[in-house]
Write a protein that binds this ligand. Structure first.
Ligand code: PHE
Ligand code: CO
Length: 286
């Protein structure tokens, strides 16, 4: 298996099922891994308290997995009654279509392995801390949970239409790096931000990045960076705005956008609803 950037993935893909799922094998996590989890959790829970959207904070408090690496089976009982989602264990990143099939069936793939202590602040591939801490609390929100399923169904269609690149940008700028306007403030709901020690404050406090109102077609033609903090964040006014905007059939949108040059991650357009225009264009000169 190779990831998006072509490097070798580090998970153990031997002995998995056809849908890429494995057993979590919770008993095999070491004491050191549980300690590392607790450190990651403690740091991030403090930051979340200050920065995360209310929906995320409420659920995280209720989940309370500060004691060690969570057992998926325990979480699944709570998720089942909240939104009928289930977590499934996977060795790491999975192929697009496999991922979409899981989401379309309200199953969220969570990587089983935990990063090394040297990767406390930064990790290239998603590990269990990112997948669990970042994504799982939002699956308890009914509107967001339905959005994730719709995304999975949309992914299966985009795969047939050869439009995955466009659809993946939507995932990136919402599920991973989305901001929401809540009680007059901007706060992150995206998992890539919420599981990050640095980006969680950067995305709202820093003058450097752009913060622009959510615009579906605009996002689907905007490239993104995977190895630095984002240069632009897109802001939704509520999860129902996100759900409604993405409800229409995307087939004509894909046709409309196909062949158009995509915008650079730092671009601000005249048509953008600008919350904040990034103050540091030099940083983006590459
Ligand atoms: N309405 C989209 C389509 O027809 C499906 C979708 C929903 C995609 C939500 C992404 C997010 O493709
Ligand atoms: Co993620």
């Amino acid at each position: 298996m190779t990831g998006e950037t072509g490097h070798k993935l580090r998970g153990d893909y031997s002995g998995m099922h056809a849908d890429y799922t494995v057993e979590q094998e919770w008993d095999r996590y070491s004491a050191e891994e549980h300690v590392l989890w607790r450190r990651l959790y403690a740091r991030q829970a403090g930051l979340v308290e200050k920065y995360a959207c209310p929906e995320f904070k409420e659920t995280l408090a209720r989940l309370d997995f500060h004691t060690g690496i969570p057992r998926f089976a325990v979480v699944n009982r709570m998720l089942e009654s909240a939104t009928r989602w289930q977590l499934v264990a996977v060795p790491g990143l999975v192929p697009d279509l496999v991922f979409f099939e899981h989401l379309a069936n309200r199953r969220f793939p969570v990587t089983v392995w935990l990063r090394e202590p040297e990767e406390f602040d930064y990790i290239v591939e998603p590990d269990i801390f990112h997948d669990f801490f970042g994504h799982v609390p939002m699956l308890f929100n009914p509107v967001f949970a339905d959005y994730m399923q719709a995304y999975g169904r949309g992914g299966i269609k985009a795969h047939e239409l050869g439009a995955i690149e466009m659809l993946a940008r939507l995932y990136w700028y919402t599920v991973e790096f989305g901001l929401i306007e809540s009680q007059g403030r901007l706060c992150p709901y995206g998992a890539g931000i919420l599981s990050s020690g640095g980006e969680i404050s950067y995305c709202v406090d820093s003058p450097d990045p752009n913060r622009i109102g959510f615009d579906l077609l605009r996002i689907m033609q905007t490239r993104y960076k995977i190895d630095t903090f984002q240069e632009t964040y897109f802001v939704i006014r509520g999860f129902d705005e996100l759900f409604r905007a993405t409800e229409p059939d995307f087939t004509p949108f894909y046709a409309q956008l196909r062949g158009r040059e995509a915008h650079a991650p730092s671009t601000v357009l005249a048509s953008d609803r600008v919350h904040h225009r990034g103050a540091n264009p030099i940083r983006r000169a590459s």
